[in-house]
Design a protein around this ligand. Structure first.
Ligand code: NAD
Length: 484
């Protein structure tokens, strides 16, 4: 497909498709074959952002006034509308962001679960009774919606991340403007189609396309926007937080990671090798929770590395049209070049890498060889920088204390796992590891859709998404006292 046949995206505002006032376009391409232009994304403008925010503000009073059960019904219908197009959405996801089809199908199923979960939340309690000092008084707290919430999202979980923000926001009575990543915009347009098919009322859910630095930034400044939920890189997250703090609007920023696996001498080495390979290399390492460091006890290092190598070699690399592909391409040539450059700058010592097959189906994609390198200096680039690709840095630990020290020695704090059969070692690690998502004998990626998700230190601004944590973010508390 060429740019001339690719769909020209329009903003989804007030349940209608609306042209951007700008005429510049961004190519949204298939990373397995960059000649395949899937959509043209309007660059967008400040006025586009204001139009979306004001539509959401107009829709807010009526949406907020609906009962919780009525909002729940809307979310159940939306879940069904996504279920109706599940296979198509998964295929588009594979083509647009290079997610292997099995994982893409899993993400679409998760979206249905997310919407159902928050439909349930719309009918759960929205406050608590608090004993009053005044005799006879009834005192209680009420959770109320914030108003218009902006969502700025990355490309790598192109449906699940938008929905795990949008679903709780709507369940609690807020209205939304979603600004998806440029390279996952086509899927966001399909998400809007499913919302429309489900009968979500006009203006309740709006999608604004465009360049982050233009429309994303303008959306944050729109006076109607009362909160922002951001997921993406640390650099952009810091900017979002600064703008939101200056406006005194609520924000949450979920950012990168330098996630770590620890392998202790008593570990099930086969399991550790298999789950470390999967966590580091599947989807070409482009999950915020992907394993990018492994810290291995010296006594099992050779055995672990040898099993890790066979596990990494057994993961099929392929364009996502190949149903067996587990690794897939990087999202862009820019990402490919920046990882190549980082490995060169770090003078990385490769332990092994798996070459990209020479056949023609790989020649137009952003494929990067799955690579395991020695970690080297704990303060160096390979230990500290999120590369967001299929690159794993290996470090040697002398004992459990040293392993935890190395694991914590990063500015990030998203996800970690330890492989051990010893309960005391596991409990000590759980106590001392400084991350938001802690695993024992599991891989660092993924989290149940109803469990709190987020990181410590530089990975997050502190709040959590998903499950009960979402209620905290998308509501504010009114304390009420009624006297006789
Ligand atoms: P990114 O920061 O480049 O972009 C994220 C979003 O921000 C996009 O929608 C983009 O258009 C927008 N944006 C860019 N500049 C902006 C600005 N000045 N103002 C407002 N918005 C702006 O991130 P990405 O490349 O799309 O995603 C990869 C990053 O996301 C990685 O660092 C990854 O770790 C992180 N991530 C984190 C989580 C998590 O939950 N912690 C989950 C997935 C991805």
């Amino acid at each position: 497909m060429t740019g001339s046949t690719a769909r020209r995206l329009q903003h989804f505002i007030d349940n209608g498709w609306r042209d951007s006032e700008t005429d510049g376009w961004i190519d949204d391409v298939n990373p397995s074959d960059v000649r395949d232009v899937i959509a043209l994304v309007p660059k967008g403008s400040t006025n586009d952002a204001h139009a979306a925010a004001s539509a959401a503000a107009r829709a807010f009073p009526a949406w907020r006034a609906l009962t919780g059960p009525a909002r729940a019904e809307h979310l159940y219908k939306w879940a069904a509308a996504i279920g109706d197009r599940a296979e198509e959405l998964a295929q588009v996801m594979a083509r647009e962001v290079g997610k292997p089809i099995g994982e893409a199908r899993g993400e679409v199923s998760r979206c249905v679960v997310i919407l159902r979960y928050y439909a349930g939340d719309a009918v759960r309690q929205i406050g608590e009774v608090i004993p009053a000092q005044s005799p006879g008084a009834l005192q209680f707290s009420l959770r109320e919606p914030l108003g218009v919430v902006a969502m700025i999202t990355p490309w790598n979980f192109p449906l699940a991340i938008p929905l795990w923000k949008v679903a709780p926001a709507l369940a609690f009575g807020n209205t939304v403007v979603l600004k998806p990543a440029e390279s996952s915009s086509y899927l966001a347009a399909l998400l809007a189609e499913t919302a429309s098919a489900a009968g979500i009322p006009a203006g309740v859910f709006n999608v604004l396309f465009g360049a982050g630095a233009t429309v994303g930034a303008a959306l944050l400044e729109a006076p109607e926007v009362r909160a922002v939920s951001f997921t993406g890189s640390g650099a952009v997250g810091a900017r979002v937080a600064t703008t939101a703090a200056a406006r005194n609007i609520r924000y949450q920023t979920e950012m990168g990671g330098k996630n770590v696996v620890i392998v202790m001498p008593d570990a099930d080495i086969a399991k550790a090798a298999s789950l470390t390979a999967a966590g580091a290399m599947r989807y070409a390492g482009q999950k915020c929770t992907a394993t990018s460091r492994v810290v291995v006890a010296r006594s099992v290092e050779n055995e672990f590395l040898s099993q890790l190598r066979s596990q990494v070699e057994s993961l099929p690399i392929g364009p996502v049209t190949d149903a067996k592909a587990a690794v897939g391409p990087l999202i862009s040539r820019v990402s490919h070049d920046s990882i190549t450059e980082a490995l060169r700058d770090a003078k990385a010592e490769a332990l092994f890498s798996v070459p990209i097959p020479g056949s023609t189906e790989f020649s137009n994609g952003n494929f990067f060889p799955p690579t395991v390198v020695r970690g080297g200096d704990p303060d160096g680039l390979l230990a500290q920088r999120e590369l967001f690709g299929p690159v794993l840095a290996e470090f040697t630990a002398e004992d459990a204390d040293h392993a935890i020290e190395l694991a914590n020695h990063t500015s990030y704090g998203l996800s970690a796992s330890i492989f051990t059969r010893d309960l005391t070692t596991a409990l000590d690690y759980i106590n001392r590891i400084h991350v938001g998502l802690v695993r024992v004998n599991g891989d660092t990626t993924g989290v149940d859709p109803h469990a709190p998700f987020g990181g410590m230190k530089g990975s997050s601004s502190g709040s959590r998404e998903q499950g009960p944590a979402a209620r905290e973010f998308y509501t504010e508390i009114k304390t009420v006292q009624v006297n006789p």
